[in-house]
Write a protein that binds this ligand. Structure first.
Ligand SMILES: [Zn+2]
Length: 281
């Protein structure tokens, strides 16, 4: 129905979010001949350093972490066959309340209009038919995820020919209980959890949506292995090691269905739907 390649644009906050949240759809749609554009807003400098050293600890060098995470991101994109990777290169703002929230160049303190104008340029260049980002809470409250949401929604208002369909990533509440069980099973060999880290853990009961509010269920189990390998490319990050401990099969069972809320649609396709491109091809 369109005279150019169908295009999916995913807007993410950090290197590795593309794998966890949308690795399945990126891999699946690339395999179906869709052009896939990943926009990663920050450099991930507040992530773990080599050997698991946390930000603020001695030996954590934000510049070196950003360089390492960029290589990991490129490796992940190769696994997922992402056609175009675009980096906005804002500084990772860290978790809500950290001093890095207000550091020079941080994504969180960047005016929304500024980030939106840059993203709008990319939308004009690629003309995505489908855009995916986070909900207004950034899925679990991370400032960079919230900011990625804000600039995406603002950019869509700026462009002359915005995407036909816009989605926010989500997770079904029905999966959250299973997720919690698996977390306990595979987190069981950890020593006493660090209270600071525990405080950062999102409250599972507030994440995601009741199943009936989810408009779009995309089965990506055939690409579970790819999604796992993409996440494995980001193995420097502690929270990803938890997923990798599951092994491919359990991981695919738990993470193979990717779910979204459709917030804009010009195709009139009925929901629930099982394809981000329903009505476009
Ligand atoms: Zn993130």
């Amino acid at each position: 129905m369109v005279d150019r390649p169908l295009t999916l644009m995913a807007v993410h906050a950090h290197p590795d979010d593309e794998a966890t949240g949308t690795g399945g759809v990126l891999a699946r749609y690339a395999a179906e001949g869709v052009r896939t554009v990943l926009v990663t807003c920050t450099d991930g400098r507040c992530g773990d350093g080599p050997g698991g050293v946390k930000p603020g600890e001695p030996g954590h060098d934000p510049e070196a972490v950003a360089a390492m995470r960029r290589q990991e991101l490129e490796a992940s994109c190769e696994v997922l066959k992402v056609t175009h990777l675009e980096l906005l290169e804002y500084a990772d703002s860290g978790m809500m309340g950290w001093a890095s929230n207000d550091a020079p160049g941080s994504f969180w303190r960047t005016p929304v209009e500024e980030g939106a104008a840059r993203l709008a340029e990319l939308m004009r260049q690629y003309r995505p038919d489908v855009v995916v980002t986070y909900d207004e809470n950034g899925f679990y409250g991370h400032p960079d995820h919230i900011q990625a949401h804000r600039i995406t929604m603002a950019a869509l208002e700026l462009v002359e020919e915005p995407a036909s369909k816009v989605y926010w990533t989500t997770a079904p509440r029905s999966a959250m209980q299973r997720f919690g069980e698996v977390m306990r099973e595979f987190g069981g060999d950890r020593e006493e959890p660090d209270p600071a880290e525990a405080a950062e853990m999102p409250d599972m009961s507030e994440i995601g949506l009741p199943d009936e509010e989810i408009s779009t269920w995309v089965d990506t189990t055939a690409f579970g292995g790819r999604k796992f390998d993409a996440l494995a490319a980001h193995a420097s990050q502690g929270e990803n090691i938890f997923f990798l401990k599951m092994g491919k099969e359990r991981f695919t069972e738990l993470m193979g269905m990717e779910t979204f809320v459709r917030v804009k649609d010009t195709t009139g396709t009925a929901v629930p739907e099982n394809d981000l491109f329903a009505g476009l091809r």
